[in-house]
Design a protein around this ligand. Sequence first.
Ligand SMILES: N[C@@H](CCC(=O)N[C@@H](CS)C(=O)NCC(=O)O)C(=O)O
Length: 203
Amino acid sequence: MKLYSLKNGVNPRRVRIFLAEKRMSLPIEEFDMETRAHKDAAFLVKNPLGTLPVLELDDGTLISESVAICRYFEEMIPEPPLFGRSSLERAQVEMWNRRMELELLLPAIDVFVHTHPFWEGKREQVAGFGDLRRRQLIDRMRWLDGELVGREFIGVDRYNIADITAQVALLTARGALKLSIPEDHRNLARWWSAVSSRPSARA
Ligand SMILES: N[C@@H](CCC(=O)N[C@@H](CS)C(=O)NCC(=O)O)C(=O)O
């Protein structure tokens, strides 16, 4: 089994944090945005979209999509449960992970792609769309701050995939977008400090 990852890629990071929480290690082959080997024919047979992460099983089966890869490892290594323990928890985690993807992660990626110089000449950039997504991201950080009143983690009372998704979204915001958690977002800042100090955050 082998994981194809991308240096500094937000979705591969999601899988690496997940694996660290499961205390699972496996061979990882890192791709690089500069060399762009993930757009070569040799990789496009593994994922025609040319995106990462991709998991290759020993029999050659290929799994793309971060959450699909994480679900595979959840089945293989149930503890600690990162997708919820009961039917209700699994539904709550699904709900909150989807929200973290739609409301935080995708806006953060859109701001990065549409406004950052790194993407000039690599992708079509629509600056106005990037600015709109930045405003949405700022608004959603405030919303999440409110949702975290009295809560240690997102959605359920233990660290889960929704926390990981929000974590990598805010890593992108802080790093590439220079958008920190505002000082008055005390709940979000407390949550951020807790998730960032987990050993898996260094994965
Ligand atoms: N929905 C996919 C998104 C995969 C994706 O877009 N990955 C980015 C890295 S975060 C990528 O491979 N980008 C390479 C490129 O655009 O050239 C997932 O969750 O795995």
